[in-house]
Design a protein around this ligand. Sequence first.
Ligand SMILES: Cc1ncc(COP(=O)(O)O)c(C=O)c1O
Length: 437
Amino acid sequence: MQSVDLAVTALHGSVGDPALNSMNFLNEVAQHYPRAVSLAAGRPYEEFFDSTLLHAHLDRFRRHLDEDLGLDRVQVDRMLLQYGRTKGIVHHLVARNLAVDEGLTVDPESIVVTVGCQEAMFLVLRALRARPADVLFAVAPTYVGLTGAARLVDMPVRPVAGGPDGVDLVDLRAQVRGARAAGLRPRGCYVMPDFANPSGVSMDTGQRRRLLEVAAEEDLLLIEDNPYGLFPAEGTPRRPTLKALDTDRRVIYLGSFAKTVLPGARVGYVVADQRVGGPDGVVVPLADHLAKIKSMVTVNTSPISQAVIGGALLAHDCSLVAANARERAAYARNLRHLVDGLARRFPAGGAVTWTVPAGGFFVVVSVPFPVDDALLHRSAGEYGVLWTPMAHFYDAGTPVNALRLSVSAVTPKLIDVGLDRLAALVTDTAARAGVPA
Ligand SMILES: Cc1ncc(COP(=O)(O)O)c(C=O)c1O
């Protein structure tokens, strides 16, 4: 029998797109060099993982269904074991968490609980992308999961300058106006106001307010992604989310429990309270339409995973700030250790510079030579250290002179080993290129 051969060019364009290959490539490099110290992974710290807590969380959520919501045994079993509500079964606890930790009042009906934040991005972009002229803006450098999700729905992502304030509002306005003048339809701008991945940059409260003003003046939706907001560095105050400052339902808010509870549950959510009117005059929250899309992608988020997350929320009175005290301290310690370690290894005023984020997982190091995937392979194979080329976070994909370091999945001791190796790589590569390090 003749085998079926398909050309990649005959498949959807996304499968041949570098954005979709980025996560796999980085995982494969890590697997290929298991002995290398990884300053690449943005995974959460594993020291506090405790799988024995899963039972406790499940039990806690079962008791909640029984004691707080008054469900009988059959109803509890159905809720946990059967196909379920598309928008989720922990939406009320997510709403409570947002109230407790973010001072945000949201109607639980405007929440869709998703398979990670990644699914939430896909649902939002799928819904927003209606016509070929639709474009999305995103502060550059951009999280590759967003770029990849946009590829799946054929929505171009246009970069907006980030800069030290988190978003260059002059550029944002110019980009939006330029796109409209070119006949395109801006559908929104993706932003990460807190400790962005990969830049590490945060917006201060004034900048958040100004961004909301510009978005209002330009009639633009904002898509706020906030997986790292609970992890400020020592002495850094937490700032209000854009959604908390938003008075006209301009912000679609994406949340993830990957960093604040556990990534293996694959639970995230989207708050989509924008009112959508239908031809029949009925107005429903955007969340209801996202749920329709979800019903054809993942049907519903695993109720067992949701129950684990729900139980973890209940165990801490729905405060993940309280639940993450140890994690916050570990990330802040690691961030300080990394930044101090860079300062010890690279001279002030030299060609190597780095960001000093106010929190989160990521530091960007600028070096005096282009950083590409081949250099990453050499770094992992010959020097034993992994990091992420910043080119992966720019759509053009051309090498930039910078790399991202992550502090989330390492110890201070490993940071020291990793930085010694990185310093050797940088010194040797600069010497090869004939530039001072
Ligand atoms: C900015 C950003 N958004 C979303 C996600 C994905 O979250 P989830 O694991 O909930 O899909 C990540 C994960 O690293 C991230 O860095």
